[in-house]
Ligand binder design. Sequence first.
Ligand SMILES: Nc1nc2c(ncn2[C@@H]2O[C@H](COP(=O)(O)OP(=O)(O)OP(=O)(O)O)[C@@H](O)[C@H]2O)c(=O)[nH]1
Ligand SMILES: [Mg+2]
Length: 637
Amino acid sequence: MRSIVIGTAGHIDHGKSALVRALTGTDPDRLKEEQARGITIDLGFAHWQAGDVNLAFVDVPGHERFVKNMLAGAGGVDIAMLVVAADESVMPQTREHFQICRLLEIPAGLIVLTKADLADADTMELAKLEVRELAAGSFLAEAPLVAVSSRTGEGLDELRHTLLDLAALVRERNGNGQVRLPIDRVFSVKGFGTVVTGTLVSGTIREETELVVLPRERVVKVRGLQVHGHREAEAGPGNRVAVNLGGVEVGDLARGDTLCTRGAFEPTQRLDAVIELLGEARPLRHGSRVRFHQGTTELLGRVAVAAARGEQSPLVEVAPGGSAYIRLRLEAPAILTRGDRFILRAYSPSVTIGGGVVLDPHPPRVGVRTAAGLGRFRRLDGAEGIASAEAAVLVFVEERGESGLRVASLVSRAGLDPSTADACTRRLTENGQVVRVADLLVSQAVLQSLGDRLLAALKAHHDAQPLSEGLAREEARERLFGRSSGHVFEHVLATLAANHQVVVRDRLALAAHRVSLSNEDSRIRDDIEQVMKGAGLAPPDMATLQGLVGASAAAVDRVSGLLVRQKRLVKLDALLFHVDALTRLKDDVRALKQNARVDVPAFKERYGITRKFAIPLLEYLDRERVTRRVGDARVVL
Ligand SMILES: Nc1nc2c(ncn2[C@@H]2O[C@H](COP(=O)(O)OP(=O)(O)OP(=O)(O)O)[C@@H](O)[C@H]2O)c(=O)[nH]1
Ligand SMILES: [Mg+2]
């Protein structure tokens, strides 16, 4: 079953609602006030099932005061049906709605001349000319044009065929993305509770799953869902859906909220965009307050004008008909992704002044009118325009630096569907600009400089402490990789180790590093070893050792510390033992019968040592799993 959403557009009283009713049998004007006044105030919905194609109609009000409601219905529309009454021809909201559809880049459309029964041949011809002139050079330039009368039924069959032909050309949407449903209605149904409706922009909604309503951060459960009045277990993108939500009251939600996959989108109040200002608009000055319409939401915001599109020098105002880079600061959060189209209206009077496309829904707080800021716009815009996802992803990855960009951001921030995101990652990693580290994308240049910094730190460490085996791993991570994830640190280490530049143990050392001892230190080392080997299980204390070796406390400390790191000496409590003495002890005890009992007095006697040595040695044997403590004694394992 294919589902296509058709949106009406056109001036007040031009017969949009009458046409929807003639096509579907449903009157889209559902409010009492609408029926009493004979005008549409808010969005209306109806559908027509033709074979395996479902045509959902979103009927919008033509009144200039309700353009805001029209905008809430225009998002997610596949086919725009521009309705012009033949007897009145093109009127102000014909133009405004047409511009909105064009700026939102609704992919397909058609022109319907209504009230054919009221127009003679000349009037009809004039209307055709005027509407063709309006559409010239736009997505509707070659669009089919059908004359109908909802009153007599003339032309309706032709219109149905035309709609089905267009529907066949609409591109199928990928249902694998993240769920994003801009909510256009919220109501309660007796016995069911809260229901929201909207046009599903991306993803698939399934029964019994948990979603979140943003920007309110309300977690909700999908209790049930309907598509065109039928209960379904799931619904994919491009459908008009009604979702019964658990865990939330009607009063908690409103038009403009978005129902989303949990964790997929982050609300934002700052975005970078490229816009087009309409020719009839007033110049758009830096700092202007505007109305921002996207999905079903309307928010106020302030425009920072950066530069004319493609240009590198700052701009004070956007000229009518011009195209420019802007940053928009919103007064409340929106749910946006790159590639989203939006409409701008003047704050007062509220007329449509232009529209645009989001280049980055989460730009960093850097100036937009600096050379760097302007360069960034141009990179995000890309030589191939908004279609060049890789250039933008590379900008995002580079800006994240050592923190890296989460792969999931390719969907939520870069606006790619999951398979395009995969292809994009593959190309960027294959050409070596980006490296994938766990769930992150990190710039190759950043990894390179992290590696260089680590090498420099190791060299400095070796120079300062020639007796040290290297820099402690944790210290290196904290000092040099504080802002990146552990995965990035491990990746850099693994790369340097694989290139034979660094030796990775508890401590990190340059591969070429050898502990270097002065002649005097080497003598002290040899003497300490000799004394300690000879002393066996009753080693001398430090003061005695200094005397035996004939060196200062500092020198003995330094060199014995090195011997501990090299595992030639082992520290048990405050005592140092030579590793050979301990190895011999372990062999000797292991050679006893299994389960043989050894108590402290017997141990002291067997090795001729005092309690001072016996206790730490027995505890050492327990740790080494040579013996096990049972009461006051040990048994041999
Ligand atoms: N003679 C004639 N009258 C029509 C035709 N279509 C609509 N009308 C009449 O025109 C008036 C306005 O029609 P609607 O369908 O409400 O117009 P609309 O475009 O939906 O108006 P808004 O929603 O308020 O913008 C109604 O009185 C209709 O009966 C038609 O084909 N022929
Ligand atoms: Mg109407």
